[in-house]
Each structure stands twice: as C-alpha cells, then as structure tokens.
Design a protein around this ligand. Structure first.
Ligand code: GLV
Ligand code: GLV
Length: 332
C-alpha cells in the first residue's frame, strides 16, 4: 500500500495536484482553508501516517510526534518560518529511534519577492500614514490642504536598519535603494559579508542599529535567542522619528513595550504583519493607535507565491518519502 500523507489545510491547487499526480501517496486532507484542523482531530488523523504536510498554524511538538508514531518519516511545512516546529523534539525523535529519523522540508526563497514587496508596501503605508489619510478623506476630515497635516517620514536620505540579514532583508534593501536611501545598516549574530556586499550594508551593533535607523525592519527568524529582542531597551534607543516594521514573527517583539513606545511618542510609528497571538484580538490596545498599522500576516500572500510554496512543500514531501534530497530541507 502507498505511504499515507495527512495534509493539514486545503493548500493551493498546485501542491495538491503534484501529490495526486505522483501516484505515490494516499492523501487525507483537512478540507478547509478557513479554519485550522482542531488539535484533537489532528492528533487522531496523524496516527500512523508516513508524512505530514502542515502550515504554520500547526504546532509540531512531542505530543504530535507521539500521536503520529514510528511511521512518520517526513514533515513538510508550507512556510519559510519554522518556529511552529519543535526542532529539539524532532532531533530527539531521531536519536531515540522513535522513527528512522524525520526529515523536514520548508519553503524559503520562493516567497522572498512577495515578502519583500509587502514589506516595502507596509513601510510606505506606515511612514506616509496612508491608512489614516484615506480614513480622513472618507470621513470628512479633509477640511482644506494643510501644510503639516498628515506629514510623515520619507525614505530619501534615510538610514534603513535591518535586524537579521538574510535573503529577505537583502530583497527589501534592493527594493528600497531606488528610493534614495542614504545608508543601509544591519545587525545579526555575526557579520554576513557576502549578503551585505549585495546591498552595501554596514554591520553595526544592536545598539547602533537602534540609534541610527530611521526605518528599522525586522527580518530575523523567531528563535529562543530572538524572542522579544525588540523591547523597551531597543525602542528607548530609537529616534522619536523612527518607523519600526516587522514582517518576520510577532514573537520577536514585546508588544507591551511597543505599545508604550508608540503611545508615548518614543518612536514615530510601527507597521506589523505579524503579532502575538494571531489573530490579534480586535480589542487589543495596539488597534487603538493611529500610528500602528496592523496586517493579518499576508506577507507571502500573492497567488503565484502561495502556489509556489504549495508546490515546493509537495515536492519536498515526495522527495523525502523517496529517500532523496529535498529541494529545501532543514538541517536538524
Ligand atoms: C510565513 O510567515 C512563512 O513562514 O512562510
Ligand atoms: C502640492 O500639491 C504642491 O503643489 O505643492
């Protein structure tokens, strides 16, 4: 009999087509895009499966691996982020031979353009106060043309700081450079000269990044080391004219500290595509702030990119089941 695959979401058609047409797997699918599979159902459904294709709303932890049991060989996530996977547990499962060794696929690169585009859009929306502006126009706030009304901050002659320089940070900088940015700076656990040379970015300390950036964009992965790395210590060092942008993971930000910084004018504005939790409750204080633009985690949401992610996740899964190298595999 064919290996069994559980797919935790109705993923875009390209990936499902690849799985079906391979003739290589039996597929079971949580047939909804509107709601994640309930945890209880997920724990039932994974029993005995050979492979799991998941999205970032599923927590893959010890409980899930135990529920799946020893057949599970391949885990393929349709995301570039992997903070929803307990890598420690996955490594342990390899050592303890609960299974032959689970291989993990993910979907970097194919979403870089889409995420960079959205980040630029969010940055401009936030810095030029577009949401406030359309709202004012619509509700009759547009009394007359006014000299300082709805003024924001411009990219020309600015310093843009990148927290965590990877493929996405480079792609953002490449798109911002034509706006006449004066200088790109970045920080990371160590200098990344090859990537930095692509965008002429200077390596600086975390403190200098805070102090110098007119626009600070967060592009790092969420790990134990980066959890709430953007907190009052960072915000207090930023200029009160600076704009903070996060399209990585909400967990890198201490949201209470961010609220404080935004409401007291310690920083000028923030644009967030990611929050804790997701969805952010509509009653959350951040929603009351005019200088905070919140998007519902849509950075990779273009039709072409989501289909490419779906296809890559499906191909990673099939390659993993065949014991071949995946196109994009996480090293455990
Ligand atoms: C989206 O946030 C992803 O990790 O792909
Ligand atoms: C603005 O529209 C200007 O003419 O300065």
């Amino acid at each position: 009999t064919l290996p069994r695959v559980y797919v935790t979401r109705q993923i875009p058609p390209e990936g499902l087509k690849i799985l079906h047409e391979s003739g290589q797997v039996q597929i079971e699918l949580w047939d909804s895009d509107d709601a994640p599979v309930p945890r209880k159902e997920l724990l039932q459904k994974v029993k005995g499966v050979d492979a799991l294709l998941c999205v970032l709303t599923e927590k893959i932890d010890a409980e899930l691996l135990n529920a799946a049991g020893p057949n599970l060989k391949v885990l393929s996530t349709m995301s570039v982020g992997f903070d929803h996977l307990s890598l420690e547990e996955l490594k342990k499962s390899v050592k303890m031979l609960i299974c032959v060794g689970i291989r993990v696929g993910y979907t970097p690169d194919v979403l870089t353009d889409s995420v960079a585009e959205l980040t630029v859009a969010l940055l401009l929306t936030t810095s030029r106060r577009l949401i406030e502006a359309t709202h004012e126009a619509k509700i009759g706030g547009w009394g007359t043309w006014r000299t300082l009304w709805l003024c924001g901050y411009e990219l020309a002659n600015s310093t843009v700081g990148i927290l965590g320089l990877g493929r996405i940070g480079v792609a953002i900088a490449e798109r911002l450079a034509p706006f006449k940015v004066k200088k790109f700076i970045y920080t990371d656990v160590a200098p990344r000269p090859e990537l930095a040379s692509l965008i002429n970015a200077e390596y600086v300390s975390f403190d200098e990044l805070a102090k110098q950036s007119d626009f600070l964009t967060v592009c790092c992965a969420l790990t134990p080391e980066t959890k709430e790395i953007c907190n009052k210590d960072l915000f207090s060092k930023m200029k009160n004219t600076s704009v903070f942008i996060n399209t990585s993971r909400g967990g890198v930000v201490n949201q209470e500290d961010l609220y404080e910084a935004l409401s007291t004018g310690q920083i000028a504005a923030a644009g967030l595509d990611v929050t804790v939790p997701e969805p952010l409750p509509t009653s959350h204080p951040l929603f009351t702030l005019k200088n905070c633009v919140i998007l519902p985690h849509i950075a990779s949401a273009s039709y072409s990119t989501r289909n490419a992610m779906s296809a890559l996740a499906a191909n990673n899964l099939l390659l993993g089941l065949r014991g071949e190298p995946m196109i994009k595999e996480l090293k455990l």
